[in-house]
Write a protein that binds this ligand. Structure first.
Ligand SMILES: *[C@@H]1O[C@H](CO)[C@@H](O)[C@H](O)[C@H]1NC(C)=O
Ligand SMILES: *[C@@H]1O[C@H](CO)[C@@H](O)[C@H](O)[C@H]1NC(C)=O
Length: 454
């Protein structure tokens, strides 16, 4: 095992035990205090995907001490996108260019940030010396960098959008989809800066919270970004979360219960009615916990609400059946959205025993997609948990993306396969260099808990 991996694992382990105190670090500046993140007043005058500003990251991208991949260049780009209510806004794209890059191949990787706080955004968390412990707890994003690195190792340019937008609107999933599509537009317009070909082939990849952004991008693409038809060659996503309401009832009183509070607070950033509902109905003794979620990241959120009965932290349990609240959940649930376009092949992977989002919801979603004409290769993994499959399923997803990027035609019919473990698939052994396989195994063996990725 190489030192970089050890550091990643150590960060992940540390963040579980980290004290809840604000990190005091000078560099890089937190997004909440960094004017580069500000949405310009005249934002509506920019076209979706337009580049507003750019810079080199204030601190180097971290975790790339793991050779043989070396990064040749990295950028942060502020670009115009659209929020959940259709209003113009802006967010940040991180661009990673490997040595010997193939500028005709671009991967948009959506991380599972899963926290309603702009200071947890990947543009910040991926930098060396960003605060990884304490209240920030961005170690998960840093571990996901390992998967982005596997893509860089293929020579692809990798972009990572801050898909929760400038306020960290977690679960505002239309925003996540728009931000992903506009990040791709910005990347394709950045040739003079980054070298990315204007007509590069583009793949999408993400897990759990990152799958939400990736899947919503495919759903919204025909109407919002029709010019990307044919440019998007495939989307791979796992740990899918088709129905928000079903997740809430599944994870309450479990180690993942903190996601409920994070999600409600995230939605409140786009829906004033949700904000009022939380102010009026969260019981006084839990108000501070709900507010804490605004200022920390995913790992501390899980610790704070570990096994808690979050549903009953609200004085009026009927809030969970309020028609407006249910409509907000439905409007942000894939189950009630159209199927992705027929010409964009999907690779979807899901743990049969997924303890965050029941597999039945994903089975139903894929059935509906196939009935609508979308082509899906759907893999059900019997041995993994939600968190474990984020890593175990990654090599096979990457192998599928490699075929799409290389122009190999995807199957034209839907298929479903149930496997004991995706890690044992032959494709896995063919695509990953040994050091990355070792790194994945090390992460899986580390004391990182079942909900390592949310
Ligand atoms: C955003 O959109 C909503 C609904 O169209 C509108 O009521 C609101 O004023 C807009 N907010 C801003 C800041 O433009
Ligand atoms: C849900 O989406 C529909 C259709 O876009 C919209 O008319 C409605 O206002 C949305 N509901 C909420 C609560 O935002």
């Amino acid at each position: 095992m190489r030192p970089g991996i050890l550091v990643t694992v150590a960060f992940a382990a540390l963040s579980w035990a980290a004290p809840v105190t604000e990190e005091k670090r000078a560099t890089p500046p937190l997004p909440s205090t960094d004017s580069f993140y500000s949405v310009p007043d005249n934002i509506a005058s920019y076209a979706p995907g337009a580049i507003i500003n750019h810079r080199a990251p204030p601190s180097p991208i971290s975790a790339f001490g793991i050779d043989p991949v070396n990064i040749a260049a990295s950028w942060q780009i502020l670009y115009r996108t659209t929020d959940n209510l259709g209003n113009a806004t802006a967010t940040i794209l991180t661009v990673l260019v490997p040595v010997n890059a193939d500028f005709d191949k671009l991967l948009s990787y959506q991380v599972a940030e899963d926290a309603p706080n702009i200071n947890c955004a990947p543009s910040y968390a991926l930098q060396l010396e960003s605060a990884t412990g304490g209240t920030l707890g961005t170690a998960l994003t840093q571990a996901e960098l390992l998967l982005a690195e596997a893509a860089l190792y293929q020579g692809w340019v990798v972009v990572l959008p801050d898909h929760e937008g400038p306020n960290g609107a977690y679960l505002a999933n239309r925003l996540a989809g728009y931000a992903t599509l506009d990040g791709i537009r910005a990347a394709l317009q950045s040739t003079s800066l980054t070298g990315i070909s204007i007509d590069a082939k583009v793949g999408l990849w993400g897990y759990s919270g990152g799958a939400l952004a990736s899947a919503w991008a495919t759903v919204l693409q025909p109407e919002y970004a029709p010019e990307l038809t044919g440019t998007l060659v495939g989307a791979a996503f796992g740990g899918t979360v088709p129905n928000i309401y079903n997740v809430i009832t599944t994870i309450n009183k479990t180690p993942s219960a903190g996601i409920i509070a994070a999600g409600m607070v995230g939605l409140a950033k786009q829906y004033p009615v949700m904000a009022t509902g939380l102010e009026d109905h969260v019981l006084p003794e839990y108000q501070a916990d709900f507010e804490a979620v605004l200022n920390q990241c995913f790992v501390p959120d899980l610790s704070l609400f570990n096994n808690a009965d979050v549903i009953n932290m609200i004085d009026n349990p009927n809030l969970w059946n309020d028609p407006v609240v249910l409509e907000i959940f439905a409007n942000n649930s894939l189950e009630y959205a159209p199927a992705p376009p027929a010409g964009l092949p999907l690779f979807v992977y899901k743990a049969v025993k997924d303890e965050v989002s029941p597999i039945a919801d994903t089975d139903d979603l894929i059935t509906a997609y196939c009935a609508a004409g979308t082509t899906v290769e759907y893999i059900r993994d019997q041995s993994s948990t939600h968190g474990g499959l984020s890593l175990i399923g990654a090599p096979m997803a990457l192998a599928w993306l490699i075929d799409r990027m290389n122009g190999k035609a995807a199957s034209t019919v839907c298929s479903t396969a149930t496997k004991y473990s995706m890690l044992l698939d032959i494709a896995t052994l063919e695509v990953l260099p040994t050091f990355l396989l070792d790194a994945l195994k090390a992460l899986l063996g580390g004391e990182v808990g079942p909900t390592f990725f949310g």
